[in-house]
Design a protein around this ligand. Structure first.
Ligand code: NAP
Length: 277
């Protein structure tokens, strides 16, 4: 098969933003999103700029706290506390990674769960596992949205998620389980990973290793979601899946860039609107 559907994350994200703008227009108060950025990591600065632009597009008010690389734990904590206490702010995001001398877990757990738009605090993790209402991490939500543009009913499908991070792999596996998939989580200690991937009707890769998943790892007709973002020596971006090879096997695949990435921001806005509501 060589006519794989290229899942258009930019379009899906634009449609999601339109839906969110309509909701925001009907609210009495503009939702507010606060982003805390510590240090000078250039990629983080680009991500934050993109998030702020996306907020403007849907009518969400954005707030920013930029702290220097040498900021102390207490200084970052004070910013989080101020945003927790500010009624204009519905969502708080600590841009990761933070410099090594800071305890990122302690900072994340300071965020009020109802403002935790990254879905990383313990009450939100618990709510996801218990299938209760809470804020779910953005990238898994965006990935599920893209899978559903191809296939609505996932019941009984075998889903393989490569990666078990708290930010992506674990919550993605939970969302797939909620859709009645049979879920396998693979990671760096998994044996025979190629054989496991070959069984996947839905294959989700979130590792951070360029083109790790080869065409021959992919079951004919699988839906492939490539979450990885890797910068190659020539400056171009690629995913964790060998895209060219995968095109010949998959039923549908997300490109990198232009697949999962735009959906992450769209669902950050969605979580902010949800928190405001
Ligand atoms: P992470 O915390 O570094 O987790 C990577 C996972 O990959 C770990 O669970 C690790 O296993 C596993 N792994 C590493 N080497 C492996 C191997 N050889 N075989 C199988 N599994 C292996 O990363 P993350 O935050 O989940 O992000 C993963 C990728 O997604 C990165 O490229 C990141 O940039 C990208 N990402 C993209 C978006 C987006 O918006 N598109 C959002 C988030 C992340 P262990 O647990 O055993 O170490």
């Amino acid at each position: 098969m060589s006519d794989a559907i290229i899942i258009d994350g930019k379009k899906a994200a634009a449609d999601k933003r339109t839906e969110l703008k309509n909701i925001v227009d009907g609210l009495d108060k503009k939702p507010g999103l606060a982003v805390i950025l510590v240090g000078e990591d250039p990629a983080s600065h680009v991500y934050v700029r993109n998030k702020i632009r996306a907020c403007e597009k849907v009518g969400i008010q954005s707030f920013e706290a930029r702290l220097p690389e040498k900021a102390t734990q207490a200084e970052v904590a004070a910013e989080i506390q101020a945003f927790n206490d500010n009624p204009a702010i519905d969502g708080i995001l600590l841009q990761l990674p933070v410099p090594d001398h800071l305890d990122s877990d302690a900072l994340i757990h300071m965020i009020k769960p109802e403002k935790d738009v990254d879905g990383l605090t313990l009450p939100n993790i618990g709510a996801l596992v218990a299938e209760l209402d809470g804020l779910v991490p953005c990238t898994p939500q965006g990935s599920m949205h893209l899978i559903k543009t191809v296939e609505e009913n996932l019941s009984g499908k075998h889903a393989v998620v490569i990666g078990r991070s708290l930010l992506f792999g674990k919550p993605m596996a939970q969302l797939l389980l909620q859709e009645n998939c049979t879920v396998t989580t693979a990671h760096s200690r998994t044996q025979n990973i190629e054989e496991i991937c070959k069984q996947a009707d839905i294959l989700v890769a979130a590792v951070g290793r360029p083109k790790m998943v080869k065409g021959e790892w992919i079951k004919e007709g699988a839906i492939v979601i490539d979450v990885g973002i890797n910068r190659l020596d020539d400056g171009t971006l690629c995913g964790d899946v060998d895209y060219e090879e995968a095109l010949g096997k998959a039923k549908a695949i997300t490109p990198v860039p232009g697949g999962v990435g735009p959906m992450t921001i769209a669902y950050l806005l969605a979580n902010t609107v949800k928190a405001a509501q």
